[in-house]
Design a protein around this ligand. Structure first.
Ligand code: ADP
Length: 556
């Protein structure tokens, strides 16, 4: 039985531990998931900001080229006869109006490296600043992709990234076809952008730790990278996807990286932006949270484990103690049952034979002295029998094993039976005994034998304490509403008020000097109280401590 208890405690402890640990894991997982999502969102938001910034800048420069091509100063090539191979276009002092427009664009949009006008065959017409025009290495640029793009689309074209022959650095060209008022294609107007604005767009954003951002043009050629030694070998399918207009944020394995990619819309084409961050850097905070949670869960596990172990050993100890106590109690019960039985059994022949001995002519006659001796034996044997019975009843009451048999009882009959059984003996002892029954024709459901036991206890106590010669004992029952109150009243020596609270305790005896040595066990009132309570009532005493005592008790 104990091992089942221990087993259930172990199972409960393990279940609690599993529940707590798995719940912690579940919620920990949720928190980490949320944290990861937040990281990804923040990362892609940063990329979106960079893309928007670049798109805004480049599209505003496209716009300025588009708008200025409609200016009359731009829509002409009147000095094309002056194009010189050595000057790589017309002389600096010709077509001042067109040069002025170019200068104004350069002033307003410092991202432009230079502004140019080419005639339809790809030859330079002008370039601003003029000093750069003089440094150009060749006259014709019909091989450039922007030249081909403009001719093909007849619209503004953003070129691939190329190394400016003049400035020896990467630029992108924005070129637009120019038509005269008659709609004839007369040249290509535009400028080349320094890529600094892209670097600035990245710098404006507070980039995550160890992040790398790389831009690719519409042909997949790298435009710019935050990593100086960035090689071209970034997974080409991602570049292709971004150029095709797809965007996503993914985690790659080998190396484990966070990769965000997407398109940058520049005129009619898309560039690609690819941002990467080592996974460990990107998810540093979640790793910390993860480790912290694992640590906490382990701590919780250990604490719970220790607590369970502690509880387990404590319970085991208590259960062992309980087992020992149970055993001791069973032993004690067996012992007292045995003792009471073994003590009672010899009393039966003793009491029986003393009865026979006192009966005249039964087993021979005794003289007066012998009769007196036998009477003493008989009285003491009966006392002993009463003591054993009381001990047995008190124990049964304690163990809630005293049996009660409820049946209908007529109070008139019950009280008159008591009266007749005490009448002779009390008359003999010169005690006036009266029964006051104001409960005419009342019947109750109770255990008659036990109720009688209470009356006997109380009457026998009263007999002990009434004054010799003029003792009076009155018993009775009165009905108050639905409650019937019984009483046993005597004119004895009373019970001191300060002792009254203890008289219903087991083995308690009031011990006063004027109290004659009375035979008793100190169990009678305790048993009476136990019986009355089992019958659903209560018992109490009233006495001024001098002029008699009245015990009251009710039953259900
Ligand atoms: P006992 O077997 O000693 O009479 P009880 O439990 O019946 O034990 O009574 C407890 C104590 O209460 C007794 O010692 C006795 O002194 C006191 N007592 C009980 N009934 C009366 C009474 N009617 N008058 C005075 N004292 C009483």
């Amino acid at each position: 039985m104990i091992s089942t208890k221990i087993l259930s405690i172990i199972i409960i402890a393990v279940l609690v531990e599993i529940t707590v640990v798995s719940t912690s894991f579940y919620f920990g997982g949720l928190i980490i998931e949320l944290e990861e999502k937040e990281i990804l969102d923040k990362y892609s938001n940063n990329i979106i900001l960079i893309v928007e910034n670049i798109e805004n800048q480049i599209n505003s420069t496209i716009k300025v080229i588009d708008v200025t091509r409609e200016l009359p100063q731009v829509k002409n090539t009147e000095y094309s006869d002056f194009i010189s191979e050595t000057l790589k276009g017309i002389p600096g002092d010709l077509d001042i109006e067109k040069r002025l427009v170019a200068k104004q664009i350069l002033e307003t949009y410092p991202d432009f490296e230079f502004i140019t006008f080419h005639i339809p065959n790809g030859d330079f017409y002008i370039m601003e600043p003029y000093s750069d025009q003089l440094n150009v290495t060749r006259l014709n640029f019909a091989d450039r992709d922007w030249y081909k793009g403009v001719l093909e689309t007849q619209d503004t074209y953003v070129s691939e990234v190329y190394n400016s022959t003049t400035l020896k650095r990467n630029v992108v060209a924005i070129r637009t076809p120019v038509f005269d008022d008659g709609g004839n294609f007369i040249g290509i107007w535009g400028g080349s952008l320094k890529l600094q604005f892209m670097a600035d767009a990245i710098r404006d954003i507070n980039l995550a730790e160890n992040s790398m951002i790389t831009f690719y043009d519409q042909y997949g050629k790298m435009i710019l990278s935050t990593e100086e030694n960035m090689s071209q070998d970034f997974p080409s399918e991602i570049i292709t996807k971004a150029i095709a207009g797809e965007k996503d944020i993914i985690i790659t394995e080998n190396p484990k990286m966070l990769v965000a990619y997407g398109p940058i819309k520049v005129g009619q084409v898309n560039w690609a932006i690819i941002a990467t961050q080592p996974h460990a850097d990107a998810f540093l905070s979640t790793t910390i949270t993860k480790n912290l949670m694992i640590f906490m869960i382990v701590v919780i596990g250990i604490v719970l484990g220790a607590a369970s172990y502690f509880m387990f050993s404590l319970t085991k100890k208590n259960l062992t103690l309980l087992e020992q106590l149970n055993k001791a109690s069973i032993d004690k019960d067996e012992f007292s049952a045995m003792i009471t039985h073994e003590l009672k059994t010899p009393l039966v022949p003793i009491i029986g034979y003393t009865k026979m001995l006192t009966k005249k002519d039964m087993i021979g006659n005794l003289n007066a002295e012998q009769l007196n001796a036998v009477d003493t034996i008989s009285r003491n044997a009966k006392r002993l029998e009463k003591l054993i019975n009381d001990i047995m009843d008190a124990r049964k009451l304690d163990m809630k094993k005293l049996k009660f048999v409820f049946a209908t009882l007529s109070l008139d009959e019950f009280l008159s039976n008591i009266q007749s059984s005490y009448k002779d003996i009390l008359t003999e002892q010169e005690i006036q005994f009266s029964v006051n029954n104001s409960s005419n024709n009342i019947t109750i459901k109770t255990d008659e034998g036990r109720l009688r036991q209470v009356f006997n206890n109380l009457i026998n106590n009263a007999i002990k304490f009434v004054p010799e010669g003029n003792g009076t004992i009155e018993i009775g029952a009165k009905k108050d509403g639905s409650v019937i109150t019984f009483y046993v009243k005597d004119n004895g020596i009373g019970i001191p008020i300060n002792k009254q609270k203890n008289i219903f305790k087991k083995f308690y005896q009031v011990d006063t000097s004027d109290r004659r040595a009375s035979e008793g066990t100190g169990l009678g009132l305790a048993i009476s109280k136990g019986i009355i309570e089992n019958l659903g009532g209560k018992i109490w005493v009233e006495s001024d401590g001098k002029t008699g005592t009245t015990f009251y008790f009710t039953v259900l």
